[in-house]
Design a protein around this ligand. Structure first.
Ligand code: PAF
Length: 283
């Protein structure tokens, strides 16, 4: 079954008001396209929880701090629609750019606190772009629930904070990261790696999980993290931009894992073959 692609907000609103009138629960899966198994797991979670599911596809220029990254971002709308067909989603919303950023657009949603470190520090403006577009997608779809992958764990916390602060009546649901057999987290950016690069990238996850196990056993992050960074570089990565141990609740930096009452997570961003990969695991 082909899924209707909607490009104008008025058409989306017409559907949404029919659904709301019928008392149906609407779920949204916001994406930038180039869909992979990770996205499809979000669609499955949305289908299981909601009566109606909208997948949005919008490569949001406002969240790219690097023009080259924006230019190279894969755009695969036709293939994405084919991948979504078996899932029975109710609409694919691929807004024309003016439906998100009309002429003269001058607003910005900035989240402090959980947006300040790691991705926020390394990619200035990135989370303003994310929070702004996601706020618009929440309001435009009128969804009751939104589904995000834990692969972008910091983004998940930023979006949750934003929805809560702005009183947008939506529940932000986090879903587990989907991985290749090697442990490599699924990402649209993996498409830009060579076959050898994919193999090297797969070595990151075992390094992270064994660091997590050492931290869970009471080890301290400074020496263990240093060793893990060296291991990542030895696996063939060109640069480790950050490797951080943080509170899973508010992303405060930690020196030791805080025990079951204070869950911790390890976060990494590293470069390989000119591609920036991020990942995180629970400790
Ligand atoms: O995770 C993504 O693909 C994007 O950051 C999102 C949430 C769709 C906003 O553009």
């Amino acid at each position: 079954m082909t899924v209707p692609i909607i490009r104008r907000l008025a058409a989306l609103r017409a559907k949404q008001s029919d659904w709301t009138r019928a008392g149906e629960k609407v779920g949204v899966v916001p994406t930038m396209g180039a869909l992979h198994a990770g996205h499809l797991s979000l669609v499955e979670a949305a289908k299981a929880a909601c009566d109606r599911v909208v997948v949005t596809i919008f490569v949001n220029p406002k969240q790219f701090n690097n023009p080259e990254d924006l230019a190279n971002y894969p755009r695969t709308e036709h293939e994405d629609a084919i991948k979504l067909a078996p899932y029975g989603v109710d609409a694919i919303y691929v807004p024309d750019p003016d439906q998100i950023y009309p002429d003269g657009f001058a607003s910005n949603v900035a989240v402090a606190g959980v947006a300040d470190q790691m991705e926020g520090a390394c990619r200035p403006g990135h989370f303003d772009g994310v929070a702004t577009v996601v706020a618009k997608l929440f309001l435009q779809t009128g969804a009751h629930q939104a589904f995000f992958g834990e692969k972008d764990y910091q983004q998940l916390l930023v979006v949750r904070r934003m929805a809560r602060d702005l009183d947008i009546p939506i529940e932000v649901v986090g879903c587990p990261t989907v991985r290749e057999a090697s442990g490599l987290a699924m990402s649209s950016r993996n498409l830009r790696l060579s076959a050898a690069g994919v193999k090297q990238a797969g070595m990151m996850h075992p390094i992270l999980t064994s660091l997590a196990a050492e931290l869970a056993a009471g080890g301290s992050f400074a020496p263990l993290g240093k060793q893990a960074e060296a291991d990542i570089l030895a696996a063939g990565f060109d640069e480790v931009e950050y490797l951080s141990l943080c509170s899973a609740v508010d992303l405060r930096a930690l020196e030791t894992a805080g025990g079951p009452d204070h869950p911790a997570r390890l976060f990494v961003a590293a470069w390989l073959e000119g591609v920036r990969l991020i990942d995180n695991v629970a400790v």
